[in-house]
Design a protein around this ligand. Structure first.
Ligand code: MRU
Length: 343
């Protein structure tokens, strides 16, 4: 896929393929300051945990390029912008992970002026972006071995190139299996209300000529009853120390059904998404988004004005329902995850 996150340091811009408009329109959202970056994150111009992390890293560079280096308060201004950035979305831990790493560089070099800090951050952000693609390819290699030639794999939401720096986590596993010569078909759950599955997963896989079929979220039980799913592979926004995994709303339902039907349920997740500081899924903050995503389809209202809406964006799949975590360090049973806490 064409790189969907493009940083232009010479003009201090971050160009993001606008995921709100896909698949019908390919247009770019240009971020020139921290307000633009935060808008892009909150309104889901860009989304998906690792992509949020990479965008945040570039966002720090953009912020450093907009503040007056001669201002006596540049440190305070930058600090305030980074604090606001880290709060843009609560569930995907890659956001705070990336901002913390960028802050660490600043703390380690208090002697740097703003120009030097920006230069160091650009190197760091580009490296983070490249590293994300590398770990996705590594996860792909580990995960591909779990899929058999001829399997149909169900996925939920979009954990593809668009949700990462490149290549994808769950879709990276599928891509790697296909690249190794296996015939794999994909069932993409549509993923109400933002439709990441119907719009983004279907778009990416169709571009790569990987057979993909879109299903309504509420068809999962029937499809499993009919034996149409041999494995489920999803991504995650945060995995707690005990292996509980937060992912797009509806993932838990898919996992319960997979258990009931004896279908293996895999979570493909880089270590940047594993949060050993969060003991279990109960402590993972769950984002609630605007009711408008549920009450409207594009600009058309579909539910009565007076009726309230619940729009939780994520749910937590308990570790006991997860067959294995597919990581860049190998395939790990959730119960063994704590052994990796200090690696
Ligand atoms: O609200 P979103 O679209 O940011 O949610 C994204 C997901 O839930 C993805 O499955 C998750 O971030 C994994 S992305 C590799």
């Amino acid at each position: 896929m064409h790189p969907h996150i493009q940083f232009k340091p010479a003009v201090n811009e971050l160009h993001l393929l606008d995921q709100r408009l896909l698949p019908l329109t390919e247009d770019w959202f240009v971020c020139r300051n921290m307000a633009d970056i935060i808008t892009a994150l909150k309104e889901m111009v860009i989304r998906g945990a690792p992509a949020i992390g990479v965008t945040a890293a570039y966002g720090c560079c953009i912020a450093a390029g907009t503040i007056d280096p001669n201002s006596p308060s540049w440190q305070a201004e930058l600090d305030a912008q980074l604090t606001e950035l880290a709060q843009a979305r609560p569930t995907a831990v890659n956001l705070t992970w990336a901002v913390t790493l960028m802050r660490q560089t600043w703390q380690d070099h208090p002697e740097m002026d703003l120009k030097a800090l920006r230069t160091a951050w650009i190197t760091q952000a580009v490296a983070m972006h490249r590293h994300d693609e590398d770990v996705n390819r590594e996860m792909g290699r580990h995960g591909a071995a779990l899929l058999r030639d001829g399997d149909t794999v169900m996925t939920h939401c979009n954990a593809g190139a668009l949700a990462t720096g490149a290549y994808g986590t769950a879709l990276g596993v599928i891509r790697a299996a296909v690249e190794s010569g296996k015939n794999i078909a994909v069932l993409a759950n549509e993923t109400r209300p933002f439709l990441q599955g119907a719009r983004l997963t279907a778009y990416e896989l169709a571009q790569d000529h990987i057979p993909v079929t879109v299903c309504c979220d509420n068809a999962v039980g029937l499809l499993m009853t009919k034996g149409k799913v041999q494995a489920v592979v999803v991504g995650a926004d945060r995995v707690a120390a005990n292996g509980d995994a937060a992912n797009k709303i509806g993932t838990y339902t898919v996992a319960v059904l997979a258990k009931r039907h004896g279908v293996p349920f895999y979570v493909a997740v880089p270590f940047s998404t594993i949060d050993f500081a969060t003991p279990s899924g109960a402590e993972i903050p769950i984002e609630e988004r605007t009711p408008r995503e549920v009450t409207h389809i594009q600009d058309r209202r579909i539910s009565p004005e007076s009726v309230p809406v619940l729009n939780f964006a994520f749910d937590v799949t308990p570790a006991e329902l997860i067959t294995a975590l597919i990581t860049e360090k190998g395939v790990i049973k959730p119960s063994d995850l704590r052994q990796y806490a200090s690696t």
